[in-house]
Design a protein around this ligand. Structure first.
Ligand SMILES: NC(=O)c1ccc[n+]([C@@H]2O[C@H](COP(=O)([O-])OP(=O)(O)OC[C@H]3O[C@@H](n4cnc5c(N)ncnc54)[C@H](O)[C@@H]3O)[C@@H](O)[C@H]2O)c1
Length: 391
């Protein structure tokens, strides 16, 4: 177990990094950690985040913090016990490697890397036995409504999963200057993660996707699309439909439905820009003691009121972002493995990149098999990606 308060830093303090900084400031003020450093290649982001720290905690902390423009220097000089990496996706590889090489545990924002080839390179550079210090930031895993639903599912309350439906709709296009990794790899990767989590992170057998560009939209991130539909099919025939869009000006829409042989679960029906998040368990299928379509349990979880400096995705997932960080730091202090480690990272970026590839090829159906065999390791996945021309 780690002795004393962990020294924690953040590298990459744009929209998402600042949310992590704000949560770390709170933990610092509660005397649970020491916020020790901030890093960013982009000086204006470092300045505005330092100003945010001053606003939240006063000038003593903002002046005391060490600032870095280079991840290697931060890894060498900041003496960190843990770091959050929330830089641009294209920089995740070099940033994660810089800290992991110095054995600093890393919480890296989704997706883990830009490609599965980079994930394989990271594993090669570190050695497989040294990749246990990496957690991927999929905050949906920590969303209280999703956790309630996962627990119902885990207890077998909806029977065997037949199909699932996952939604993410943004209120606004990404801001100017945002570098996207592709509409699925950047946004709908949350849905890839969520759907795979109900399959024990087994890779699907088939990936197929279609993308569209609906009008009245400013494509500031130059993704070439604002809607994507992805279809994942597993070996047993069960499937997931993922619906991502950057077009929903009336509010941020996130939810999922799990349909099983004995019931269904609905999480996060659209409630406008601000409302409570619902999780519902339904049972009764026309046979057995429960009447068909009975609402067995219904839970409500509040959203969090945003402040003016928060990005538009804050209200829905503020609790999850805070819980994700606490879970990460808990594992760091206990020196225990992370739940969402490198395997979840490479599998989700592989599937997301395949979906983007399929969508660019008019919905080509891609089978995840290398020489007829299932893909069993990150190196195997990288070889598969090269073979089908993904890298
Ligand atoms: N979990 C979530 O819901 C969620 C939400 C948003 C972003 N993210 C992830 O967080 C990471 C960072 O995303 P973000 O939204 O914070 O992106 P961002 O563009 O706000 O910041 C990312 C990095 O780019 C830098 N940057 C910003 N504008 C720049 C400019 N004009 N020139 C040079 N550098 C610039 C920032 O300083 C920062 O280091 C990504 O991995 C993204 O996928 C996750």
């Amino acid at each position: 177990m780690l002795q004393g308060k962990p020294r924690v830093g953040v590298f990459g303090v744009g929209r998402m990094g600042r949310i992590h900084v704000e949560n770390l400031v709170r933990l610092h003020l509660e005397n649970r950690i020491e916020l020790a450093g901030l890093g960013d290649r982009y000086a204006p982001a470092l300045d505005s985040t330092t100003a945010l720290v001053k606003l939240l905690a006063g000038s003593e902390l903002s002046q005391h913090l060490q600032k870095f423009s280079c991840p290697q220097t931060m890894a060498e000089e900041n003496r960190l016990d843990a770091v959050v990496v929330a830089s641009r996706i294209a920089d995740h590889f070099q940033d994660v490697l810089a800290f992991a090489r110095h054995k600093v545990p890393v919480l890296v924002e989704k997706p883990i890397m830009a490609t599965v080839g980079q994930a394989a390179e990271l594993v090669d550079a570190l050695g497989h036995e040294n990749t246990g210090g990496i957690q991927v930031g999929f905050q949906r895993h920590h969303d209280p409504a999703a956790r309630a639903a996962s627990e119902w599912y885990r207890q077998g309350l909806i029977g065997e999963l037949q199909h699932s439906h996952h939604v993410i709709q943004d209120k606004n296009p990404p801001p100017a200057g945002y570098l996207s990794g592709g509409i699925t790899a950047d946004m709908a990767v949350h849905l890839v993660f969520e759907s795979m989590s109900f399959h024990g992170f087994e890779l699907p057998r088939w990936v197929q996707a279609l993308r569209f560009c609906a009008p009245h939209y400013e494509d500031r991130a130059q993704e070439g699309a604002n809607i994507v539909h992805v279809f994942l099919t597993w070996d047993d025939g069960s499937m997931a439909h993922l619906w991502g869009s950057r077009l929903n000006a009336t509010g941020y829409d996130n939810g999922f439905k799990l349909i099983g042989t004995a019931g269904r679960i609905d999480v996060g029906e659209f409630v406008g820009d601000f409302g409570s998040i619902q999780a519902k368990l339904w049972q009764g299928t026309g046979s057995g003691p429960v009447a068909r379509g009975t609402l067995v349990e219904s839970l409500e979880f509040p959203m969090t009121k945003p402040a003016s400096h928060h990005p538009d995705f804050y209200a829905r997932y503020a609790v999850a972002f805070a819980d994700e960080l606490i879970a990460f730091l808990h594992q760091v202090q206990q020196r225990e493995p992370f739940e969402l480690g490198i395997d979840v990272g490479w599998k989700t970026i592989l599937v997301a990149n395949l979906a983007d590839m399929s969508a660019l090829n008019q919905g080509q159906r891609i089978e995840l098999r290398l020489d007829g065999a299932p893909i069993s390791s990150v190196q195997h996945a990288a070889e598969f990606a090269r073979k089908i021309g993904l890298e």
